[in-house]
Design a protein around this ligand. Structure first.
Ligand code: A3P
Length: 290
């Protein structure tokens, strides 16, 4: 039996690992996109709830209309580093833009808005493992185990870099006027409230729409896990049938099904060391080991 550790394969650009097949030129140009005052960025480390919030903002912008089947959320709310600056610049304003960049690399405009969604690292690494294993063409990691991926994650040797560096870079700006810092777990616990928070942050015209119960209920319904997991056509063609679906479980605490005692200790140590001197542990006080 081959015991050798498997590693996902990546392309490299500007020191970042990126999925194979992402045009490096687009990644490069995405970094130099000239952010505009009416731009709204959805910012995450991978697997922290990006797609969920992409759908929420899209529906808010479209008065509660659900994303039609066959429309690609990643073209409607495009991923800056995947499509590049020209694509985004050509969109009508106000733009809704997805990015996985850490703060210092994210195109900045004082009047643009940035919604950052954080997720606890224990569930993030599990979700990221299934993501990486399933997108075979992007990572060539179909045979990789959770043990293999955990080692890469804890070393920060995955796409978009180190989880903690990313989180810290945005956490430092959580109180900036143009940043809304929220967690995946809080959104799950009280989705209605966070849909309102997001609308309020985007502006009064968005919040006003939620006074219409039909709009509000439509957003709540169509962005639920159950609803979103029913249309995975955008991803299913890229993921072999035997792999987990992209919208996978949407749970808090699935990490308990994957972590050994040793892994719990190692990620907890890294968490403690990296976040020392901050209140980040309070974000997930009852959810993860301390
Ligand atoms: P799991 O793999 O733990 O299920 P991203 O969009 O940043 O890639 O994040 C993907 C994660 O968000 C996946 O987590 C996915 O199932 C979860 N997710 C997607 N839509 C969701 C929703 N409507 N509600 C809750 N979780 C959702």
């Amino acid at each position: 039996m081959n015991q050798q550790r498997q590693k996902p394969h990546y392309s490299m650009c500007r020191g970042f690992r990126i999925p194979m097949g992402f045009p490096v030129t687009c990644f490069e140009s995405g970094l130099s996109y000239n952010a505009q005052p009416e731009d709204n960025f959805i910012v995450t480390y991978p697997k922290c709830g990006t797609t969920w919030v992409q759908h929420i903002v899209w529906m808010l912008h479209h008065d509660g209309e659900p994303l039609p089947v066959g429309k690609d959320i990643n073209l409607e709310v495009p991923h800056l580093e995947e499509v590049g600056a020209d694509f985004v610049a050509a969109m009508a304003s106000p733009r809704f833009i997805k990015t996985h960049l850490p703060y210092s690399f994210t195109p900045y405009c004082a009047d643009a808005k940035y919604i950052y969604i954080a997720r606890n690292p224990f569930d993030c690494v599990v979700s990221f493992y299934y993501h990486t294993k399933g997108f075979v063409k992007h990572y060539n990691f179909a045979e990789g185990t959770f043990n293999d991926f955990f080692e890469c994650f804890i070393e920060g040797e995955v796409d978009w870099g180190d989880y903690f560096e990313h989180l810290l870079s945005w956490y430092d700006h959580r109180q900036d006027d143009n940043v809304l810092f929220i967690t995946y777990e809080a959104m799950k616990a009280d989705t209605s409230n966070y849909i309102r928070e997001i609308a309020n942050f985007l502006g009064s015209s968005y919040l006003d729409k939620l006074n219409n119960a039909e709009i509000f209920n439509s957003i709540l319904k169509h962005t639920s896990f159950t609803s979103m997991s029913q249309d995975q056509s955008r991803w299913s063609s890229q993921r072999p049938k035997e792999m987990t679906p992209f919208i996978r479980k949407g749970e808090i605490g699935d990490w308990k099904n994957h972590f050994s005692e040793d892994k719990i200790a190692r990620l907890s140590d890294k968490f403690r060391n990296k976040t020392a001197g901050t209140d980040i542990a309070m974000l997930w006080a009852d959810l993860i080991p301390n």
